[in-house]
Design a protein around this ligand. Structure first.
Ligand code: NAP
Length: 291
């Protein structure tokens, strides 16, 4: 693959919140941490190379969270990319505490969200976070309070836009009565369609829909993948077929496949060049559903 080819741009663009223009194929930075999304990655230098190569390939939308590491993913992003190139959009999140590897504890209290925001600004070396997502609505705290805290952070200029994660249509509608919401991040892929109603809502409202787990953490990628036969027929890899399906599924979808390896990054970004028509999409739908 040639260097400096902005392949990700071939996926087309999306305007987040009317002013952040991003290539629709982004990068998820959760996997540049240690096992259990905890601590240092096994190969930090490769993690830095992955991020730099992502930008070289035209990616300008990177998703992370204070809880990835915790702190590690944001620190590596800044180490690899600061001073940031013009137009790079870093979306981060708050709302989880991390007592240990693979442990995630919701915390939507105002003091936690405020200090999480300060921590992300410091680690990312930013004056303002472009897109700040509430990682989960904490059921122990009134949603109004959690969104009210984000609204305050927005009016203080610390965050530009607000997004939600793992929410229902009703929760999005309620949130929008409190503060403008520009994006939703829910689990979704060709083999995992539980958030179809949320996607349709985002499409109608022209909000970004960011599907996490787009490769089902690699299960869609390997030779055991339910879509491996179809991908072989199309002469692409299963990951590429799964990502091209997402890009074709809706113009508001912004996939953020994650990887810790340049080789996988390059394979995934090449999906931006694939065009799958309605017939191929339906074929993939049938195969994924039958799996
Ligand atoms: N909002 C939320 O609650 C939430 C939850 C989870 C994740 N996220 C976000 O969504 C992003 C993506 O989710 P995810 O990382 O869980 O799932 P994913 O992107 O579906 O899968 C990532 C996994 O697949 C492997 N992989 C990637 N490309 C591959 C390829 N071409 N061939 C074989 N294996 C491949 C990676 O391993 P290698 O490192 O070996 O490539 C990694 O373990 C995260 O980075 C994070 O930003 C959000």
């Amino acid at each position: 693959m040639q260097r400096n080819q902005a392949i990700a741009r071939k996926a087309g663009e999306f305007l987040i919140g009317d002013d952040l223009r991003v290539a629709r194929l982004g990068f998820g930075a959760m996997r540049i941490t240690g096992d259990g999304i905890w601590g240092e990655p096994s190969d930090r230098a490769e993690a830095v190379r992955v991020l730099r190569r992502a930008v070289e390939l035209g990616i300008n939308f990177i998703d992370t969270a204070d809880s990835y590491g915790p702190g590690v993913s944001e620190e590596i992003i800044a180490e690899a990319l600061h001073p940031y190139p013009a137009g790079l959009v870093i979306a981060t999140k708050a709302g989880y505490m991390r007592p240990g590897p693979n442990q995630w504890l919701e915390n939507g209290k105002a003091e936690h969200l405020r200090s999480a925001c300060e921590g992300s600004l410091r680690r990312l070396r930013l004056d303002q976070i472009d897109l700040y997502q509430l990682h989960r609505i904490d059921p122990k705290v009134p949603a109004e309070d959690q969104l009210g805290t984000l609204k305050d952070l927005q009016s203080q200029g610390k965050i530009k836009h607000i997004g939600l994660s793992e929410v229902t249509v009703r929760q999005i509608q309620h949130a929008r009565t409190i503060v403008p919401i520009v994006s939703v991040q829910n689990r979704y892929s060709v083999t995992d369609r539980g958030s179809e109603d949320v996607l349709e809502y985002c499409e109608k409202e022209k909000m970004g829909f960011i599907p996490w787990f787009p490769l089902a953490a690699g299960r869609v990628s390997g030779s055991e993948s339910p879509i491996s036969r179809i991908a072989a027929r199309w002469k692409v890899t299963p990951s590429q077929a799964a990502l091209a399906w997402l890009l074709a599924r809706s113009p508001v979808i912004l996939p953020i496949p994650g990887t810790s390896r340049v080789e996988h990054l390059e394979e995934n970004v090449a999906a931006a060049e694939l065009k799958i028509d309605a017939n191929k999409r339906q074929e993939l739908d049938r195969m994924a559903r039958a799996s």
